[in-house]
Design a protein around this ligand. Structure first.
Ligand code: CIR
Length: 264
């Protein structure tokens, strides 16, 4: 089986801006501490780099408080990239800011023009398909436009649903390897992972679901010991990264990077 869904030569990250304190959040659980977020972010970048990948660190964009969450701006595949059209009005401009970096790396970059909206956090790429969760940020028209965009490279897209009240599809799941997914029980109960091997987050540790497999390691937000133990028992190599400040803005491990191996 191929492993292109979790082996990557490159990642893109963006430094958190001081304006992060005005980032979007579903529920106010306190103001994020920029200095602590910067520490966590540095640890995250170092962990990606330690796997041998090239990490492109973009400068902070103070005009966009949520711009540290680069994942939402693009879908990066091997053959090309698709620039998203975020459903959050305050985040719309972030996608255009990402486009030049992608054009420097890929021969083919296509853009979602709208009127539909779609954010990268709703997209899970596995070895066999691209799953997209319809959510408050990602609508049917956005998914249809993305489906047409990736058809040129031979990808099949399957529309699924992000649970109500959950920000993004990947808030509740992540890919662990070519056939294994880490998911909350509530998302798995929707039946969207039929045919995959699923490991559930432990009861009360649903926020551990937003992890990433990046080359040989799984980056897991710290503070979820029972889920960490289940993953270690299943044979995965874990790196736990502090996520307390991003969590205040509904962000996790996947949101902080774009991960890919471009073929030019
Ligand atoms: C937002 O609401 O857009 C940000 N505060 C969090 C984005 C998290 N991104 C992601 O899950 N891919």
């Amino acid at each position: 089986m191929s492993d292109r869904s979790y082996r990557f030569t490159h990642a893109i990250t963006r430094a958190p801006a001081a304006s992060i304190t005005s980032g979007l959040r579903a529920v106010d659980t306190g103001t994020p501490d920029l200095a602590l977020m910067q520490q966590h972010h540095a640890d995250y970048v170092a962990t990606l780099r330690a796997t041998g990948a090239t990490v492109i660190e973009l400068p902070a964009l103070p005009a966009y408080p949520d711009s540290v969450f680069v994942e939402d701006t693009a879908l990066c595949l091997q053959e090309g990239a698709v620039v998203m059209r975020p459903g959050a009005p305050t985040r719309l401009g972030e996608a255009a800011e990402m486009a030049p970096t992608l054009r420097a790396l890929y021969a083919e970059v296509v853009t979602i023009d709208g009127p539909g909206t779609i954010e990268g956090g709703d997209i899970l790429t596995t070895e066999r398909e691209i799953l997209v969760g319809r959510s408050a940020r990602t609508d049917a028209a956005g998914i249809a436009e993305m489906t047409r965009a990736v058809a040129r490279w031979g990808y099949a897209v399957r529309e699924v649903f992000t649970p109500p009240g959950v920000l993004h599809f990947k808030t509740d799941c992540s890919l662990l390897d070519g056939e294994t997914i880490l998911a909350t029980k509530r998302l798995d109960a929707s039946g969207c992972f039929k045919g995959y091997r699923v490991i559930h987050t432990a009861e009360g540790e649903e926020a551990a679901a937003n992890a990433i497999r990046f080359n040989d390691v799984v980056l897991l937000p710290s503070g979820f010991p029972r889920t960490a133990e289940a993953l270690s028992r299943a044979g995965f190599t874990l790196r736990e990264i502090g996520n307390s400040e991003c969590a205040k803005l509904d962000g996790g491990m996947s949101c902080l990077s774009l991960r890919f191996s471009p073929t030019r």
